[in-house]
Design a protein around this ligand. Sequence first.
Ligand SMILES: Cc1cc2nc3c(=O)[nH]c(=O)nc-3n(C[C@H](O)[C@H](O)[C@H](O)COP(=O)(O)OP(=O)(O)OC[C@H]3O[C@@H](n4cnc5c(N)ncnc54)[C@H](O)[C@@H]3O)c2cc1C
Length: 498
Amino acid sequence: MHAVVIGAGVGGLTTAALLAQAGLEVTVLEHHTYPGGCAGTFWHRGFRFDAGATLLAGFEEGGVFRRLEQRLGVRFPVRLLPPGEPLMEVWLPDGRVVVRPVGREEELRAQRAAFGSKVLPFWRWQAERAQALWALAPGLPFPPADLREGLLLLGRGLPWALDQGRQLPGLLTDLVRPIRIHTPPDPGFRRFLEAQLLIASQSDIAHTYALFGAAALDLPHRGPAVPLGGMGAIAETLAQVVQRYGGRVLYRHRAERLWVEGGRVRAVDVALGGRRRGERETFRAEVFVANLTPGDLWALLPQKRPSPPPPDGWGAFVLHAVVPASLVPPGALYRQWAGEGEWVFLSLADPHDPLRSPEGQRVLSASVHTPLAEWQGLDREAYRAKKQAWQARVEGQVERLLPGFREAAQLVLGATPQTYRFYTRRQAGWVGGYPQVHPWRTSSPRTPYPNLWRVGETIFPGQSVPAVALGGERVAALILARLGLAAPFHPALEAKEG
Ligand SMILES: Cc1cc2nc3c(=O)[nH]c(=O)nc-3n(C[C@H](O)[C@H](O)[C@H](O)COP(=O)(O)OP(=O)(O)OC[C@H]3O[C@@H](n4cnc5c(N)ncnc54)[C@H](O)[C@@H]3O)c2cc1C
């Protein structure tokens, strides 16, 4: 049985690794020259830069990467962050720097010191909701893709709902009300939350639904880890697992068209790159998995109408740079500017990782949200001017977090939504999935074809490296169940057993 996976993002590779382990003959087709997509790491002039994602979680006991390590017999190369280590700093407009340490107790102490005791009830609510949700969410088959998943959802959801007792009505209303109503009216605290939610839910506190917000704010307590050699180490490890189980990961292979016959997808046409540019190949298979957004998948199916990114979908502008190590004061690896101007998320390579930070130097990236519409329909000159303007603005913001940056930076590269479009093939450079403004802002891995599935950040549980790995586990389980092959690892079942 042959399975073709289009795209070597973390979602596609997780599915591919599990299918290969279950005995399918797996071929992963990747347009680019390295795996990981938005969570890849690229080399430039001897430095390793993270293309997008920088902050990793999911290594807690029972977390998705721990589970994959056990199942696939592999170790991801990471440094686990111990309780007490400062994970993030949020820089507020009034000059305060609020640290988010690893560990709940440590975080409560930091919050009380920054905002006073009035915020403690909020954090109690957050911890209760997040814990209730984690008890349910791992691998939650939502929205159910078939009858089996519907039964799984009921089988897990009903006992869970009964377990919640008096918490249940509040939990249910938190599915539809914004997190803002739980926050004390302290402008600094709200600004702090706003900054955190923008990177997690892609929306603000007035629109992020409370339950998602509570789970997203739990990030420092969900097994944070620093990937050694950069975020791409996760995808590279998964690609090795695919190969270890006899599968192939073919780079410079861009899927261009899916062939449908008798209501099933039969083959995919691929354009080759590199030394074989101009050549084409067709891959036939019984199962297809697309690690693509809905619009990018529909574009491979000629009979489908194109579907653009959602109007509130975001692009990213990212600055990659190298600075002298002496420029960086001690502190957290992740720093968020929430003062005037653009909100910047600065990620510094781990100083203990020689692959990322050569002697005397530090690699960093700084990302901001940018509206997709700004980057559409520009001619070459207009694009260049816009890129320069954004780069200057973001450099100015980084300067605030890292005084001396502009003068000392040894290498600066800017990436726009067009860059993402080019390297990850994402339509218009849309990244970050659907803003989480209500629980139905997600889509099913199902497609109109019974042997074609979708995986990645536009299926539940959405955006982030651990989230797409969870989605990958779910899609592999769905496929194996459809094929009548044992799928003992459906994450929803495992969470129940655990
Ligand atoms: C700037 C930025 C910062 C982020 N920061 C974080 C963070 O700190 N922590 C975190 O957890 N998450 C972060 N994220 C989100 C995270 O990176 C994504 O949610 C996740 O990596 C998406 O994975 P995916 O499986 O959906 O696939 P993608 O990463 O989109 O990968 C899809 C792959 O498919 C390939 N492909 C596309 N079309 C074709 C085709 N036709 N043929 C062959 N191959 C194709 C692409 O080249 C790509 O490799 C960030 C994202 C961005 C953009």
